[in-house]
Design a protein around this ligand. Structure first.
Ligand SMILES: NC(=O)c1ccc[n+]([C@@H]2O[C@H](COP(=O)([O-])OP(=O)(O)OC[C@H]3O[C@@H](n4cnc5c(N)ncnc54)[C@H](OP(=O)(O)O)[C@@H]3O)[C@@H](O)[C@H]2O)c1
Length: 253
């Protein structure tokens, strides 16, 4: 006789699915998978859900990741109550504040690390707990190409992405061979997060010169994520996959 566990419906959890890259990931992944749309703003999460294929197959997990100390309980209850299995986790939620270090308060630093790093670790902790979630197969963290480099006003955001990638590498070793863990490192992608930069004609002109393949789109990140959660990447774990149109290999003067 089949156990109740074997009938659990399988999902991909996408944090930050209410906007930008996460929204595109959700819409494109919904063509072949059931997705859990996470975000803070319910109206915008519902907007993403309406744009998904098979709209009624998907679930919404609304949670403010600033309160990361409560995410373990909230997510555990969500998984158990919905009787589901989360097979993949894509951590796309992220927050950016560009400021010189002298203007950063400890609250701002906490807020960035809460969303970008601590939540990723605590969500993973829930999803690898077999008493809560039957089988997690893969994790993709959406990091940033700043993770391996430096730029003015990026010290805290950049260090949060560096920490996220370091978390990724140790988890890749710790959770092998059952769970593969990788990061995608985007360069500038046209979304709400970057609109202030990209809508400024002068800044845009300066930026575009440094991108051999031009500025990217959320669909470019989707292609990388789709590869990393597929069996085509079955022997890849612990990878930082940079998807930045050649920005970080460009040393032209
Ligand atoms: N755009 C780029 O050029 C670029 C480049 C490199 C890396 N990235 C990374 O890519 C990811 C997505 O960025 P994006 O450009 O798509 O940004 P975005 O359009 O601003 O979307 C950010 C997402 O994160 C969620 N989020 C932020 N704070 C949250 C919180 N406290 N609790 C729960 N959710 C929260 C937002 O949810 P709500 O809308 O509900 O608040 C939203 O869904 C981020 O991790 C970012 O660091 C982006």
């Amino acid at each position: 006789m089949e156990s109740e566990d074997e009938n659990l419906k399988e999902y991909i959890l996408i944090s930050g699915a209410s906007s930008g890259i996460g929204r595109t990931l959700a819409i494109r992944l919904s063509e072949q998978h059931n997705v859990i749309l996470h975000g803070r703003n319910l109206e915008r999460i519902e907007e993403t859900k309406r744009a998904c294929s098979k709209e009624t197959s998907h679930l919404i997990f609304q949670f403010d990741l600033q309160h990361y100390d409560k995410v373990e309980k909230e997510l555990s209850d969500f998984v158990i109550q919905n009787k589901i299995n989360i097979k993949h986790f894509v951590h796309c939620a992220g927050t950016l504040k560009m400021l010189p270090l002298k203007l950063f308060t400890s609250e701002m630093m906490n807020s960035i690390f809460s969303v970008n790093v601590f939540s990723a670790a605590l969500i993973t902790k829930v999803l690898v707990n077999k008493r809560i979630n039957k089988t997690l197969k893969g994790i993709v963290f959406i990091s940033s190409n700043i993770s391996n480099f430096g730029a003015k006003a990026f010290s805290i955001y950049g260090s949060s992405k560096g920490a996220l990638d370091s978390l990724m590498r140790s988890l890749a070793v710790e959770l092998a061979p059952f769970v593969r863990v990788n990061s995608v490192l985007p360069g500038s992608i046209q979304t709400e997060m970057t609109e202030k930069i990209l809508d400024n004609a002068e800044l845009y002109e300066r930026l575009i010169k440094t991108y051999p393949l031009g500025i990217g789109y959320p669909d470019d990140i989707y292609e990388a994520v789709a590869f990393l959660i597929s069996d085509k990447s079955r022997w890849i774990t612990g990878l930082q996959l940079t998807v930045d149109g050649g920005r970080t290999i460009n040393i032209s003067g």
